[in-house]
Design a protein around this ligand. Structure first.
Ligand code: AMP
Length: 480
């Protein structure tokens, strides 16, 4: 089961980790809104509170007060397959002969069923169909025979696919990123401890300093007294498979990934978009909020090259229309866009407009916004998109819709242009993305825009010679 999620792990010197974990989950709320959970360890036993709902609704002061201990992990979850499912809320925790284990997972394994069957044949009983329980049982089994680092390494040799994990064994907190580093994970230093989190915005929220990203194939083990961390490079692959879409859409703009502020990368993508398919119009307008950084970079590059265009916010968002907005009829569904966004007529009427967004998935947003702009009197509407056309599903943790729902899966650019009613439509190229990210194409996952994936997915093509990582032979060493 895919997990579009946020994970965090914290070890502190001598105060409870519950509140910092809670604040970090708030900072990661955009990565999952279905459930939230925290598991802590006080040196004697685990405490957990995991429920369906948003972070602010799941925890109250009483819940946080019961989560004792200076070490803990947390999770926010939005499942991308399997539907709404209370059984799969995380962190997943289990007690066994060698102690207790908690696990929080972002990503998706491609061989979870095989590993599950193998463990089931050895007597392991499963309570969910999630990947996370499979990983937890495998580590638990390895821990009967090996120390913690070797146990995690053995599990990493068995599981394949995309995973960024925070793990707690008794009071030891660990963080691990799959050998191709598909999902993000970073380490931060706090005044009195260390944090491992999906995104650096969580570290900022705790007034901490980003130390660095966790490397693909690296295991980080936090000292349980908050004094430092050890690093074990367990796999060292020649190629990575970082998800480009984290930079385009999923991550917070104020997070730093691969050493770059996501906001700056999005502005650069906007600049690339101008280079590739710029068109001079009266105004350049972002789709709020997803297109804002792209539009600002695009407008800046346009102006630098002498285009007489103005960056203008012409669509105002009602922040209080949330996911829970109920739309029983088609008519009301169509009304939803009017509830969410209101055009500012004076910036639109009689103008030629370049409308900028980060991506088109089903095409619903663009179609409705173009209609809205036309009703507000726009003369021409040119849509520019800061990512290539999404033609295939994501199997590794982003809720991208199934192939038959994707507008670009079976339509040409011109057909899409017609369907959404734009005067012109251009997407950013893969080269535009690699330029802005400063990464090699071979180190990025472009599965959703090429239909070729960096991991083995049954029935899909791969863009790699080798999709299963090799194991580092040398003796593992800890290095701070
Ligand atoms: P659509 O209306 O289906 O074409 O979706 C495109 C809009 O949804 C854009 O404004 C994107 O910012 C946003 N978006 C892109 N990817 C996702 C995703 N995985 N989940 C939710 N929204 C998304």
């Amino acid at each position: 089961m895919q997990e579009k999620c946020g994970v965090v792990g914290i070890s502190l010197a001598d105060r409870d980790a519950a509140r910092p974990l809670y604040y970090s989950l708030y900072a990661l709320q955009h990565r999952g809104q279905e459930s939230a959970g925290i598991v802590t360890h006080d040196g004697f036993q685990q405490h957990e509170h995991v429920e369906m709902g948003l972070v602010g609704d799941v925890f109250d002061n009483g819940d946080l007060a019961t989560l004792n201990g200076a070490n803990g992990i947390g999770h926010v979850r939005y499942p991308t397959a399997g539907g709404v499912n209370a059984c799969c809320a995380q962190p997943f925790s289990v007690s066994f002969k060698s102690g207790s284990l908690g696990l929080a997972h972002n990503g998706n394994l491609v061989n979870a069923d095989d590993v599950r069957e193998n463990l089931a044949n050895q007597g392991h009983a499963f309570t969910s169909n999630g990947d996370t329980e499979v990983i937890a049982h495998d580590i638990a089994r390895n821990l009967l025979e090996a120390d913690l680092v070797r146990a995690v390494k053995s599990t990493m040799e068995r599981i394949h696919g995309s995973y960024s994990l925070t793990i707690m064994h008794d009071e030891t907190v660990l963080g691990v990123r799959d050998p191709q580093g598909n999902r993000p994970l970073c380490i931060g230093e706090l005044e009195d401890g260390y944090v491992i989190a999906s995104e650096s915005a969580a570290i900022d929220t705790l007034d901490g300093e980003l130390v660095r990203d966790v490397r693909p194939g690296e295991l980080i083990v936090l000292e349980s007294d908050g004094s430092g961390f050890d690093s074990y490079q367990l796999f060292d692959e020649p190629q990575s498979a970082h998800c480009f879409f984290e930079h385009v859409y999923f991550a917070r703009p104020d997070s730093i990934m691969n050493g770059e502020l996501v906001y700056d990368v999005r502005r650069d993508l906007g600049r690339q978009l101008w280079e590739e398919s710029g068109i001079e119009t009266d105004v350049v307008m972002p789709v709020p909020d997803s297109g804002r950084a792209f539009a600002s970079g695009y407008a800046e590059a346009a102006t630098e090259e002498g285009a007489k265009t103005e960056f203008a916010e012409g669509l105002m968002k009602n922040r209080y229309v949330g996911r829970t907005f109920i739309m029983p009829t088609q008519d009301e569904r169509e009304r939803a866009v009017r509830l969410k966004l209101n055009p500012i007529k004076s910036t639109i009427e009689g103008k030629t407009v370049t409308l900028i967004d980060d991506s088109i998935v089903r095409g619903t947003t663009s179609k409705q916004l173009i209609e809205l702009l036309r009703d507000a009197g726009a003369e021409e509407i040119h849509l520019r998109i800061g990512a290539p056309a999404i033609v295939a599903p994501c199997y590794f943790g982003i809720d991208m819709a199934s192939r038959d729902e994707l507008i670009a899966a079976d339509k040409t650019g011109t057909e899409i242009e017609d369907e959404i009613g734009a005067d012109s439509l251009s997407y950013l190229s893969i080269e535009g993305i690699t330029n802005a990210l400063g990464s090699d194409r071979a180190d990025l996952c472009f599965g959703c825009v090429t239909g070729e994936y960096p991991y083995d997915v049954v029935g899909e093509a791969t863009d790699r010679d080798v999709t299963r990582p090799s194991i580092v032979d040398e003796t593992m060493s800890a290095d701070d």
